[in-house]
Design a protein around this ligand. Sequence first.
Ligand SMILES: [Zn+2]
Length: 450
Amino acid sequence: MQSTLHFVGGAEAVTGSNFLLEDGDNKVLIDCGLYQGGHACDETNWSVFPYDPKSISTLIVTHAHIDHIGRIPRLVKEGFKGTIISTEATKALVKPLLEDALELLAREAHRCGREPLYEKKDIAAAMKLWKGIPYHEEKKLVDFTLTLLNSGHILGSAMAKLERGGKRIIFTGDLGGGNSPLLSLAEHIETDYLVMESVYGDRVRKEDVDRREQLENIIEDTISRGGTLLIPAFSTERTQDLFYEIRTLMVEKRIPQVPVYADSPLAEKITEAYLKYPEYFNDKIRKLVEGGTNIFEFPELHYVKDAEESRTIAAKPGPKIIIAGSGMSNGGRILEHDKHVLPDKNSTLLIVGYQAAGSLGRRLIEGEKQVTIMHEKVAVRCRIEANFGYSAHMDGEELLEFVNKAKPVKQIFVVMGEPMASSTLVQRIRDFLGLRATAPDMGDKVTLEL
Ligand SMILES: [Zn+2]
């Protein structure tokens, strides 16, 4: 049997994940994500899908990050009427994330004179088509059999395995490197074809420092100087990881009891959703949650209610910790805090996640000494620290080892990375493992024996 795999998004780029597997009338889409990083107004987000949304029978969603789900309501608006399948936890996280993206996209659309990408009713319509299933439950999609496997990236994140006639293809979505204190490791896999992410395909994290110890040191140092520790964080996973870690450090009295402000209404909703799906945590955390411990709550943690309170807190002197979005500092409440923290030599900006090329976060890591925030020139005098110990992605070594354990894979398609990261991983897979690997271009299609 033969099927065709189309790379219709997420090739030659980290974001915009979108793949189409088809055999005649059986058309299965994997992810339908937004392009991010540069401009939300990006033409690619508004351009028509290179397939007819009405013809798609099933959309499989690997996980609840906007670069994997952000164009789903648009797909529905353009006529998709099939079934959407993900894990139950992913389904619970998606709605608040899409509603939040809707506001941001509406502002951007207005700014660049476009119609909104979608409306609230399109999100509601998408949710009606959505079915949550647990890991490892087999689901028939005409003659393909779908199984979702744990990818250890964020709560509920999955690899999608499709099987037919004894042949298998796995779409990894994003792969976690075992750094979350909350999740268990990505599963080992066996497959014939592999479509894999490569965000950190060309990088290796420093493993010699204990990430919790590093966090403890940065907090202690900043507090002793009376400064603010500002952590730009994505609302999903990284924020919950940090709440759990800071809670642990405070409960164990390893850091002083200073106020911790969570300045993201979205993060609050996501944190609530996390607690409803304890079966998706690792065993240790699941037992704590099922035993009644709220692993994300401690007396010093305060959720900031609105933008006005956010501004008051930003201007308030004295030691404190602020966790705010967006994670790449390219919008959101973080910008108001940046204006106060960046010029202050006693404060620290701590980067804990992937920063796309061109984002403010990336430019700060690269050492820019002056940046423009909301038309204001801001000098950078604070300490800039990066702790990738909380990265939700496998690094280059871990990706290679993941493929090595899955050997023998017939063919590997390396996607979802900047071109340099993808091509480095392709080369390493060929050189070290002797397997067939390519980094497809956007729009490529290949025939599979499946
Ligand atoms: Zn992701």
